[in-house]
Write a protein that binds this ligand. Structure first.
Ligand SMILES: Nc1ncnc2c1ncn2[C@@H]1O[C@H](COP(=O)(O)OP(=O)(O)OP(=O)(O)O)[C@@H](O)[C@H]1O
Ligand SMILES: [Mg+2]
Length: 444
């Protein structure tokens, strides 16, 4: 959710404060006023969700000192200085210290609104980028996003931690929606380059020449830095590596060879596998392939992750239910079997989508999960329940786990409540919870 940006107005003259505040409030800004720099500093600091407009001449701490103070706390905070008529040297000095811009008295209200708009937009971008960097810098947050208790998921978590720590290049492949981009984030977040640059580039759908310039330069006048420069010292994620034209494959390899060991910039290449189609090896020149695939992570399709399907479905359904303020849909045994049997060509992304639609449907009180699955792939096979290809035991266990998980949630971790509802003796319940890796403390 985008947070509304504030405007803090600092001026010792009450009339001035009021008129600026009223004018900006009329233009839709959320304003707050302070009679002195000292007062303003009590509320405005690092990560302040807005911008500051301050007079320069004030008794006590003046606007210039306030500006310096704010710049030392958060150097990208936009501060607009109000200067008296003819205070040119003062304005110049303010800009040198780091003011965003200045307004000369008596000022033009339209210019003020315009500046306020530009400054708040800039502020929002800074704060968004900061939030993203924090999230990326925090490996545990991102690892928690990776849901699943199946052996493949456990392996994946270990691989991410191991490979994240290592410093060579990585290749991630898998079908669409299996979590490749999420894993690329996770690799960066848990590794030594966490907190450094993280640059994602899509290689598909670009002309070779344009792509070459964007990746390697030379930089156009006033244009963006080439991606290899932007990512220097951090992680460069190349999405759809299979779409990289041959000429650029050679260029990429040459650039990688110049990186030294360990490479200054880590490349995480992502390759989209089509079901039953060509692999990454078919698209890349062998020397590049082997450089990239020193460490390789292949994400399994959802249909191969058996027991995770129901867990993912319940988790996402719960999340959406909370978001939409309604109860999560109950999954019948038959529906559970259908979820397990569905082919999931869109993998986890498709499952998230179906979970959201199931929640909306149950809020309306109509429709079934089966009909959602059926609409999604006009494949009659998808809704006939068969146990073909998978042992019955797997369904039963997945279902049992989901049921206990759901009941524990509803009873907020009360073992007695769950024992009664499921007619299970305590010992059996404990054993099953241990078997499925469910912990009472997670539900309290
Ligand atoms: N193990 C997981 N647990 C929970 N959510 C996951 C998991 N893996 C992926 N997701 C979620 O599934 C969605 C798809 O993941 P992601 O975008 O990483 O897939 P992708 O393989 O990069 O897809 P594409 O090939 O389309 O680029 C995202 O919303 C992601 O957060
Ligand atoms: Mg992706």
């Amino acid at each position: 959710m985008a947070q509304a940006m504030k405007i803090a107005i600092v001026d010792d003259e009450q009339d001035m404060r009021q008129s600026i505040s009223q004018w900006l409030a009329l233009s839709g800004f959320d304003t707050e006023t302070y009679p002195s720099a000292e007062e303003a500093l009590k509320s405005v600091g690092q990560d302040y969700p807005g911008v500051i407009i301050s007079d320069i001449r004030m008794p006590g701490m003046d606007g210039m000192q306030l500006l310096k103070k704010l710049m030392s706390v958060d150097s990208s905070l936009p501060v607009i200085m109000i200067t008296g008529h003819g205070d040119v040297p003062m304005a110049v000095e303010a800009m040198r210290v780091g003011a965003y811009d200045f307004l000369e008295k008596p000022f033009n209200p339209d210019r003020m609104t315009e500046l306020a708009k530009k400054a708040t937009q800039a502020r929002r971008m800074t704060l968004d980028a900061r939030a993203l960097r924090r999230e990326l810098g925090d490996g545990t947050t991102i690892m928690k996003k990776l849901i699943g208790a199946s052996p493949v998921m456990e392996r994946l978590r270990e691989d991410i931690l191991d490979i994240g720590q290592a410093d060579g290049h990585v290749l991630i492949d898998g079908e669409t929606g299996t979590g490749k981009t999420l894993v690329a984030h996770a690799l960066h977040a848990v590794g030594a380059k966490a907190g450094r640059k993280f640059v994602v580039v899509r290689l598909a759908g670009e002309e070779e020449e344009t792509l070459a310039a964007k990746l390697f330069g030379p930089m156009e006048e006033g244009g963006q830095q080439p991606y290899v420069e932007q990512a220097r010292g951090g992680t460069l994620v190349l999405e759809d590596i299979e779409a990289l034209p041959m000429g650029l494959q050679a260029k990429l390899l040459a650039w990688m060879n110049d990186q030294g060991t360990p490479p200054e910039t880590r490349v995480v290449a992502i390759c989209n596998l089509q079901e039953g189609g060509k692999t990454c090896e078919d698209h890349l020149r062998p020397d590049l392939y082997y450089r990239l695939a020193q460490m390789k992570i292949t994400l399994p399709p959802l249909r191969a992750r058996g027991e995770d399907i129901l867990m993912l479905f319940t988790r996402f359904a719960d999340q959406f239910a909370e978001e939409y303020g309604c109860a999560a849909p109950t999954v019948t045994a038959q529906e559970a079997a259908q979820l397990l049997q569905a082919p999931w060509p869109g993998n986890i992304r498709q499952l998230i989508n179906i979970a959201e639609r199931a929640v909306l449907q149950s809020r309306r009180g109509s429709g079934t999960i089966a009909s959602l699955l059926m609409n999604d792939h006009d494949d009659v096979q998808a809704q006939t329940i068969t146990t073909e290809g998978k042992p019955l035991k797997e369904y039963v266990e997945a279902f049992e786990r989901m049921l206990i998980d759901n009941t524990m949630r509803r009873h907020k971790g009360s073992i007695v409540g769950v024992m009664e509802e499921l007619c299970l003796p305590r010992r059996t319940l404990n054993e099953k919870m241990a078997k499925y890796g469910l912990q009472r403390s997670d539900y309290l």
